[in-house]
Design a protein around this ligand. Structure first.
Ligand code: HPA
Length: 253
């Protein structure tokens, strides 16, 4: 039991999917997991554990924004020993050619958040995805015929951004804006765990197009499937417990 998660030790799997919306966590558990059991209802931030193709997997809501995700990801890494964390969420495309419902696999996440400056001061840290998870997700997308792009996203603290910071990110090739991935990648580095974000384009910031609230809640099964395939594809590559630094991916030659 931790401050925001009422699960007992052993209730949460090594691999966890992290949707922002707790109702999406319930949807993923009901649609994709076998024998799913709810382990958390604190603050309505639902968490479930079941199996996917026989492998234990959990799915935990994180809420919106980096401070909220930070609480859940820290507790999962620190108190429940979670090894692989895969965010499944939405993003706004930043380029006019970014298509609604397309999947963006975030190789790295820029941010405007004070969380990074609180930790690193005048230094800059580059929050990046775990390569093995990213590669597994990309291969699953190829196998399942899911159109996807791999590239940078930006995790902003502002959903309603009067300054339109996204324009500068777009100029530098950032594919999408969302609100959580940079903190997830930073925490994974801090705890020496594996993390990835798989995002479905729910709107296009450049053109103003978007999809409805109902589809946002339940319509992203392709990304959830890729996340489950990636999270269960390989054994965890964790270097161990608290702060060993993340382990570099090994490439066979
Ligand atoms: N901004 C921030 N987060 C988002 C957006 C957006 O436009 N779309 C989906 N998540």
């Amino acid at each position: 039991m931790s401050t925001h998660i009422e699960a007992s030790e052993g209730d949460i799997a090594d691999a966890v999917l992290l949707p922002g919306d707790p109702l999406r966590a319930q949807h993923i558990a009901e649609r994709f997991l076998e024998n799913a059991r709810c382990y958390n209802r604190v603050r309505g931030m639902l968490g479930f554990t079941g199996t996917y193709r026989g492998v234990p997997v959990s799915v935990q809501g994180t809420g919106m924004g980096q401070p909220s995700l930070s609480i859940y990801a820290t507790e999962l890494f620190r108190f429940y020993g979670v090894q692989k964390a895969v965010r499944v969420g939405t993003c706004g495309a930043l380029r006019a050619d970014g298509k609604l419902r397309e999947v963006v696999i975030a190789s790295g996440a820029c941010s405007d958040s004070a969380l990074l400056s609180q930790r690193f001061g005048r230094l800059h840290f580059a929050p990046v995805a775990d390569f093995a998870l990213l590669n597994a997700a990309r291969l699953a997308a190829e196998r399942e015929g899911v159109p996807c792009r791999v590239g940078l996203v930006a995790s902003s603290d502002l959903f309603y951004d009067d300054n339109e910071n996204w324009r500068l990110w777009a100029k530098y090739g950032v594919l999408g804006v969302e609100m959580e991935s940079a903190e997830l990648y930073t925490l994974a580095a801090r705890f020496g765990r594996q993390a990835l974000a798989i995002l479905t384009v729910s709107d296009n910031v450049a053109t103003g197009e978007g999809i409805g609230a109902q589809e946002r809640e339940n319509g992203f099964d392709a990304a959830a499937r890729l996340a489950l395939e990636a999270a269960t594809a390989l054994p965890a590559q964790s270097a161990g417990n608290d702060n060993p630094g993340s382990k570099p991916a090994e490439c066979g030659v």
